[in-house]
Design a protein around this ligand. Structure first.
Ligand code: NAD
Length: 723
């Protein structure tokens, strides 16, 4: 046995004619595949080949509720730096799984818990799969999320097992399915209680051995036998239908993700090759595509993002051993869009919620909204109807402060008005206990100012959720100078419990996210004011990778809200924050955006597809717009955003570049394939960034002058990420 492949990866035991291969990577909470694991598998395969009297093999995990979560991402990251080693590694993996397929006895995977990526590819190379009915059992191929494709035969085996359409869908979206769904799809043969999983898997192997014929791999080329009988008729008989499916998949992928992510397109090509030219050709194509993708910047950035997110999700509050206050009950003030959204997510995660508004009208709007969100979950079968009732039962409404005495955390989400927020805090504290943490969901007001109204300012901080709360993954936690570490730890614990990725930032106007998005929209406003067309600005930034353009974003957020934020930011940074008059003029026309169906776009059935040309009548230049270079729009907007991020780093609003990159991607829609705004600036090179910003500042205004930190780093030829 080689040094890198200690026994701790896999163990083998033979009992009554069945060989049990147990995967258990020691020192890790979860099992991952890796080169040492492949080596150990190869040894085990030799042992299996030499063991007489076998009737079957069962592959299972030694970790309860965890089969294999995928290929080791640390190794994947290393491989992206050593492209010459990728192809041999893939070939070796393909061969190893091929040897399992070709064993002289049936191999059954006994799946309990996460069976993802390489884990599912291993399970699919087995002759049968039995899954446990454990809630933790999830199966899927999430590789595209890391900018690569499944590289251990997954692109070939999955469509052959579940049918082309479903297989494509799972591979292109990375979607996971639970055990029951997996059975329905034909991905597993049976679903049983975890307590009898090994026994049922062994019986399955014995039965297959006795019956024979188990070696046949489901095939997909024309004239071969499909595992999915309906598809056999449709596709084997009709090549144009199959072509249509592949072309539709390309079209949908282009629409959903644009053309910035090469992995889904590569996956479609590789699957198509397998259907056209057979399994082995598909496998070869898979290996080639994987080797090409893994060294691409998109994969490098997405893999890096994965690690950054992990670091942020695990980061401890300072000092690291600070304990959070226990939180069972949460009070929410303001049953509007944000308050009700927060109440629903909290109830979903098991908290008892007390929701307060000023009057019955406000309260019932909020309660109805939470009910609608819960009903949607039931409709989409995310939760059962009784579970939905339990969840809604956790939220109680009030127009008084009754019940707030028991709340351990109170989240304030009343209108964005400092005086109102201060008076609400004062009233609230008459009714809460001393260890209650008070969080404001303000988008721009410095927390220090809100906390000044409190008897216990150390218990006050910001918990800035994003809209819609149930969908947006980021939570920005803001501590003012006096916030206690224990309060921060509490917000972090609850935020993570609510499923959010939390960044902790220091206090200031607009903290981090609102400041940065404000600078981006501000620059877009200038470009509009100078004569550009709305659709040109939006298209340019969508082409750059943002999910929506800045003008559309203002319509979504609400022109009134955006303007209020802009005012706060302008007051706070008046020496350098130069605001165009364009946005004010548009708001003065009563255009609030999507919410009053009147904004930069015309709204019909809730959708704003067409620009409202009458907006131009409110702007300098009127309807006589001029073309602006797409690259100039893109550069001005992203560099304005970068500059504000740099100021935030310089002023220690954000303490680590990582928090900034996670913040812009998960909170502001910055394109993930660029790896984060600071990382993107690093890849462009800070000397070049600084030089461009000086030129843009000369041409368009001093607000684009680079922050000192950019200039200093550029002069020293440093990066944001260099230590
Ligand atoms: P909203 O107008 O939808 O809701 C505010 C609610 O607060 C209303 O129902 C109002 O009746 C209620 N309210 C007012 N005074 C109250 C009081 N004294 N006690 C209890 N309730 C009271 O506003 P929203 O969009 O939910 O925003 C709320 C807060 O969240 C604001 O500070 C806003 O800046 C912030 N925020 C909003 C968004 C967003 O996208 N809408 C995103 C992040 C943060």
């Amino acid at each position: 046995m080689s040094e890198e492949a200690p026994k701790e990866y896999l163990s083998l035991r033979v009992d009554d004619g069945i060989a049990y291969v147990c995967i258990d990577v020691s020192g890790q909470r979860v099992n991952t595949l890796s080169t040492p694991m492949t080596e150990r598998f190869e040894e085990v395969l030799d042992e299996l080949r030499d063991t007489a009297g076998l009737e079957g093999v069962v592959i299972h995990s030694g970790k309860e509720g965890n089969f294999v979560v995928g290929f080791d991402i640390n190794e994947l990251q290393e491989l992206s730096q050593r492209p010459e080693d990728v192809r041999p590694m893939i070939d070796r993996g393909h061969q190893m799984l091929g040897r399992f397929e070709e064993l002289s006895v049936p191999v059954v995977a006994a799946v309990d818990g996460n069976c993802l990526g390489g884990g599912l590819e291993l399970a699919m190379a087995c002759h049968a799969r039995i899954a446990s009915n454990n809630d933790k059992t999830q199966m899927g191929l999430p590789e595209v999320k890391l900018g690569v494709i499944p590289g251990l035969g997954g692109t070939q085996r999955l469509p052959r097992l579940v049918g082309l359409q479903t297989g494509l869908n799972m591979i292109l979206t990375g979607k996971q399915v639970g055990a029951k769904k997996a059975k329905k799809l034909g991905l597993v043969d049976d679903v049983v209680h975890p307590g009898i999983l090994l026994q049922v898997a062994a019986e399955k192997a014995r039965k297959m051995y006795a019956k024979g014929g188990w070696q046949k791999r489901p095939k997909a080329s024309i004239g071969e036998v499909f595992s999915n009988p309906g598809e056999m008729v449709n596709l084997a008989a009709k090549t144009p239908a199959r072509k249509l499916i592949f072309n539709q998949a390309r079209e949908t992928t282009r629409k959903q993700a644009g053309d910035k992510y090469p992995a889904p397109f590569a996956a479609i090509d590789v699957i198509e090759t397998g259907y056209k030219d057979g399994f082995d050709a598909g496998l070869q194509a898979e290996g080639d595509a994987f080797a090409k993708l893994v060294k691409d910047d998109v994969a490098k950035n997405l893999i890096n993002l994965f690690f950054m997110k992990q670091e942020v999700d695990k980061a401890k509050p300072f000092p690291w051993n600070t304990k959070a206050y226990p939180v069972d009950k949460i009070g929410v003030l303001g049953a509007g869009l944000m308050g009700a959204g927060i109440a629903q997510v909290a109830a979903y995660k098991g908290y008892e919620v007390r929701l307060k508004d000023v009057d019955d009208e406000g309260l019932s709007w909020g309660l109805n909204y939470t009910k609608e969100l819960i009903d949607k979950l039931v409709k989409r079968k995310k939760i059962s109807a009784p579970m939905g009732d339990i969840m809604f039962g956790r939220i109680s409404g009030t127009t008084e402060y009754t019940g707030f005495g028991q709340a351990d955390l109170i989240i304030e989400a009343v209108f964005e008005d400092l005086d109102l927020k201060k008076s609400v805090i004062k009233d609230l504290e008459e009714h809460t206990h001393d260890e209650a943490v008070i969080a404001s969901n303000t988008s721009t007001i410095p927390i220090k100012e809100i906390a000044s109204a409190s008897k216990n300012p150390e218990m006050v901080l910001g918990m800035h959720f994003f809209s819609p709360v149930h969908k947006m993954p980021l939570l920005e936690i803001i501590r003012h100078e006096g916030t206690s570490s224990k309060a921060v730890a509490t917000a972090l614990e609850v935020g993570r419990d609510m499923g959010k990725t939390c960044i902790v930032v220091n206090d200031g106007s607009g903290f981090f996210t609102s400041r940065v998005i404000g600078a981006y929209i501000n620059e877009a406003g200038w470009i509009l004011q100078e004569g550009a067309r709305i659709e040109d600005i939006d298209r340019a930034m969508k082409d750059w990778g943002f999910p929506v353009g800045p003008m559309k974003l203002v319509d979504e957020v609400g022109m009134d809200v955006a303007l209020k934020a802009a005012k706060t930011l302008q007051e706070a940074f008046e020496e350098r924050w130069d605001a165009p008059t364009a946005l004010k003029a548009v708001a003065a026309d009563g255009r609030k955006g999507k919410k009053n169906k009147k904004g930069f776009y015309k709204y019909k059935d809730g959708k704003g597809k067409e620009v409202d040309e009458t907006v131009y009548d409110l702007l300098p230049g009127g309807r006589d717009r001029k073309p602006v270079d797409k690259e100039v729009i893109q550069e001005r907007c992203w560099l304005a955003m970068l500059n504000e991020c740099a100021y935030c780093l310089q002023e220690e609003i954000a303490e680590h570049p990582r928090d900034i990159d996670i913040g812009v991607i998960f909170g502001l829609g910055f394109p993930p394939f660029r790896g984060g705004i600071l990382r993107h600036a690093d890849s462009v090179g800070l000397p070049r960034v600084a030089e461009r910003m000086h030129r843009l500042a000369d041409q368009f205004g001093d607000r684009l002058k680079p922050a000192d930190i950019i200039v200093e780093k550029a002069e020293k030829n440093e990066n944001f990420y260099s230590e």
